[in-house]
Design a protein around this ligand. Structure first.
Ligand SMILES: Cc1cc2nc3c(=O)[nH]c(=O)nc-3n(C[C@H](O)[C@H](O)[C@H](O)COP(=O)(O)O)c2cc1C
Length: 426
């Protein structure tokens, strides 16, 4: 498919290089049109090298081809990311003062998707909202921005959705066959056939265990997760009739029979496997203990203890928030999917465990959050557990305790109930 990728002058322009890669690796022919401001964030050389096409932002380059007319006519899909407040305004008012805005005016019949990104104040400003309204009324798909950390220390709605989410939404808009955002999983990942039960016919992906973040070839940063709760959830989902895929980080227990296992080591590997698995999952249960941070540098050789140099200092960088990305990807693709998160919380003088858990549920925007009260029960490695299940739909918190199998059965029952509330049985 011939795609025009317009890039606006926002800080999130760098993320669009990954979006471009997703399009080209899926076999699409992409012409990038950055605005003048966008080239201050990411240079023309990056767009030319990654797209394999010359890049311009002026109607006066290559005038003999009348670029904006040709691009507007030939495009089968136009994606604008990040769509700045300025670009939304220019598109809504039909301005034609650079190559991208001219091309947008020339694009008669092809689908157009705009992915805004800006500070919350700019996004919520009545002028921007009116422009979005106008564009939507003309049939342009304007994605909702994601919520979270913005350029400075502030956070709120205004983040560019993750490249995978924009990729999926754009292809869905263009009616292209769904192409996984990551390389296809091996054939052995095909989920197994299932038994009758409340989840019969559904595909459930469960993550379990603790990720390990390498420091050098022999050392890693890990956590105490045994994988027992995730394994019990996978078994309970299987017994409820689901086809189950288990994304297994490090576990002290074997995976259950009758589920397909995708082994992962690090948070980044788990992220890739989870985003891929999301494409065909009706339910995703993220029970793995995912490292929040990983070492900034991984040594290719064992870090040596030496008397002549100072002891090493380990710097950490933040891992992506997989749960939030899954929610963003689902919402951007308007996919029907139930997403369940797990959280370990403690209370303090400012709030009890449920207050903190409710705030986390709002932040993550998953459908159910299963909360362990840390410090009250030892959770890691034990055979028993005690949790509270919170629902975004606002129903009463539900307590469950007993063996990890008992807790898993309660969570799966709750998932079945949530699904039947959304989609009544035929
Ligand atoms: C560091 C920096 C970050 C910016 N980030 C954004 C942004 O995320 N969204 C936005 O709408 N404008 C942002 N701006 C402002 C735009 O660059 C400015 O409105 C520009 O005129 C947009 O031009 P364009 O729409 O032609 O790309 C940013 C400016 C700077 C200097």
């Amino acid at each position: 498919m011939r795609i025009v990728l317009g890039v606006g002058g926002g800080i999130a322009a760098y993320k669009v290089a990954s979006l471009l890669r997703l399009f080209t690796e899926a076999g699409h022919d992409v012409t990038v049109i950055p605005t003048e401001a966008a080239t201050r964030f990411v240079g023309v050389a990056t767009w030319e090298a990654l797209s394999g096409h010359p890049v311009s932002n002026s109607v006066f380059d290559e005038v003999h081809t009348v670029n904006h007319v040709r691009l507007g006519h030939e495009a089968e899909l136009i994606v604008v990311a990040p769509a700045t407040a300025d670009l939304l305004a220019r598109a809504a008012t039909g301005q034609a003062n650079d190559l991208l805005s001219n091309t947008l005016l020339m694009a008669g019949g092809c689908p157009v998707l705009m992915a805004p990104a800006m500070h919350t104040e700019m996004w919520q400003h009545p002028a921007t909202q009116a422009n979005v309204e106008t564009l939507r009324s003309r049939g342009i798909t304007v994605l909702e921005p994601a919520s979270g950390r913005l350029t400075g220390s502030d956070s709120g709605p205004g983040r560019l959705p993750e490249p995978e989410a924009i990729f999926e939404a754009a292809l869905a808009l263009a009616g292209a066959p769904p192409v996984p955002a990551t390389a296809p999983l091996p054939a052995s990942d095909a989920v197994l056939s299932s038994a009758p039960g409340p989840l019969a016919g559904l595909t459930v992906t469960v993550s379990a265990g603790g990720t390990r973040e390498p420091l050098d070839p022999v050392r890693f940063l890990g956590n105490r997760s045994s994988g027992k709760q995730g394994v019990a959830l996978a078994a309970a989902a299987r017994d409820a009739g689901a086809k189950v895929r288990l994304l297994a980080a490090h576990m002290d227990v074997p995976p259950p029979s009758g589920v397909n296992v995708v082994n992962v080591e690090t948070a980044l590997e788990l992220r890739k496997a989870a985003l891929h698995a999301a494409a065909d999952s009706d339910v995703i249960i993220m029970a793995a203990a995912v490292a929040d941070f990983r070492p900034a540098d991984v040594s290719g050789t064992k870090i040596k203890k030496r008397d002549d140099v100072a002891d090493p200092v380990i710097s950490l960088v933040r891992n992506p928030d997989i749960l939030r990305e899954l929610v963003e990807t689902r919402d951007a693709a308007s996919r029907r999917q139930l997403i369940v998160g797990f959280a370990a919380e403690t209370g303090d003088a400012d709030g009890d465990v449920l207050d903190y858990a409710a705030a986390k549920l709002r932040r993550k925007a998953c459908d159910l959050l299963v909360v362990n009260h840390v410090g009250q029960d030892k959770v890691f490695g034990e055979d028993t557990n005690s949790v509270v299940i919170l629902s975004r739909a606002g129903s009463e918190p539900q307590e469950a305790s007993g063996s990890k199998s008992d807790v898993a059965a309660a969570v799966i029952d709750r998932i079945s109930a949530e699904l039947s509330r959304v989609v009544p049985p035929a």
